[in-house]
Write a protein that binds this ligand. Structure first.
Ligand SMILES: [Zn+2]
Length: 382
């Protein structure tokens, strides 16, 4: 079976809706996307392994491999997209349409478009014996829980020398990004008439103390951690949303504060969560208001690889772009934990991701295919 043209593949993938969302009403299966990829890869002589996600019917990862032995190259991407607001699109989000040398459609740049790039490059070697394996990985639920990427790490595969995650970086090799933790702090006091403070335990008074503690914590983090590779060189802690109370003449019985913490590479999210919990409990304790800290979403771990590493340098040379950092999270940490030098590098711009009228600029496609072609040559044929 001949591999379809780039645009035909992109049209098929975009036309297979695979929204992932923490909200179950919107969440969709990614199996159609995985099955199309598996068919095309099998046609090129890949062995494909569809790995169902435990406890999540309708969700799977795909691991496809050509060539045997140690080492080699992983080309990885996620199969899901974010939800979309159809009213704001100028065309059907599930039909690829071309205007001004741009291919519009949901997931074109983030990141269904990377798969036709990877497959088109791989096809150039379909009649060549590979000395080391070429492995194509497609994950589920990157946009919601990162369950697919996390499951790769937990199940110990794939393994290779190097891995590229084809998120839209405008063909800039990305050697680091921050981690993301979103959390909720809940304080449970008790209500009573406002005329006598002893009739209740005021959750807002306690929250005032908790917020002071959070701002101290933020200053300590900023004093202890700094990485000049990032636009914002320190870790950030944003107090984003506060809900509390109902009436001025009632003692406020409950308050919730949601926060967003962006970790620098090297910071330990579990440790920070434990520290935060202790400090929040201690701050609320004098008010006799129990405090809980919960994660709103599974955390995205920070990521950093050696800027002088072979893959970073190779991608830099081939693309003509200096390596850099980005402000968004990826599955890179999970692949790095499997022992691979991991770099984020792909076509399209993150500025168009998660937006109505998402598009992939045509000018990104051939350069992306050519770089991936040369990377396959370096890591699978040498
Ligand atoms: Zn993405």
């Amino acid at each position: 079976m001949a591999l379809p043209e780039f645009e035909e593949m992109l049209t098929t993938l975009v036309g297979s809706p695979s929204v992932s969302c923490t909200c179950p009403d919107i969440d969709q299966s990614n199996l159609k996307v995985i099955e199309h990829l598996a068919n095309w890869l099998e046609g090129m002589g890949f062995k494909t392994d569809l790995v169902p996600m435990p406890g999540q019917p309708g969700k799977a990862n795909l691991i496809a491999q050509r060539g045997n032995g140690e080492g080699g190259l992983v080309l990885a991407g996620h199969t899901d997209t974010v939800p979309f607001d159809e009213a704001l699109w100028n065309s059907d989000p599930f039909i690829v349409s071309e205007r001004d040398d741009r291919l519009y459609g949901l997931g074109t740049c983030d990141m269904k478009g990377f798969f036709p790039v990877a497959l088109t490059a791989a096809q150039r070697y379909s009649q060549t014996d590979l000395n080391k394996p070429l492995i194509i990985v497609a994950t589920s639920d990157e946009e919601s829980s990162m369950a697919g990427g996390r499951y790769l790490m937990e199940s110990g595969r794939p393994r290779a020398d190097v891995a590229i995650i084809g998120e839209p970086t405008g063909l800039m090799p990305v050697y680091a990004h921050k981690g993301i933790m979103m959390m909720a702090i809940n304080l449970q006091g008790s209500s009573g008439h406002s005329s006598n403070p002893d009739l209740g335990r005021n959750a807002l008074d306690a929250m005032h103390a908790v917020m002071g503690e959070l701002i101290r914590f933020r200053e300590e983090l900023a004093a202890r951690h700094r990485n000049p590779g990032f636009e914002v060189v320190i870790p950030t802690l944003n107090l984003g949303c506060l809900r509390a109370g109902d009436n001025p003449n009632r003692i406020c019985d409950h308050a919730e504060l949601q926060i967003d913490l962006r970790l620098l590479p090297g910071m330990d999210g579990d440790q920070i969560f434990a520290d935060l919990q202790k400090r929040i409990e201690a701050a609320a304790e004098p008010f006799q208001v129990p405090a809980t800290l919960t994660a709103l979403y599974p955390p995205v771990p920070p990521f950093e690889t050696d800027r002088e590493g072979d893959l970073v340098q190779t991608l830099s040379r081939l693309s003509g772009n200096a390596a850099g950092t980005v402000a968004f999270g990826t599955e890179a940490h999970f692949l790095q934990c499997l022992g691979m030098e991991t770099v984020v590098f792909g076509p399209g711009s993150i500025n168009q991701a998660h937006q109505p009228n998402e598009y992939l600029a045509r000018s990104q496609i051939n350069p992306a295919v050519d770089v991936i072609d040369q990377v396959i040559r370096r890591y699978c044929l040498a």
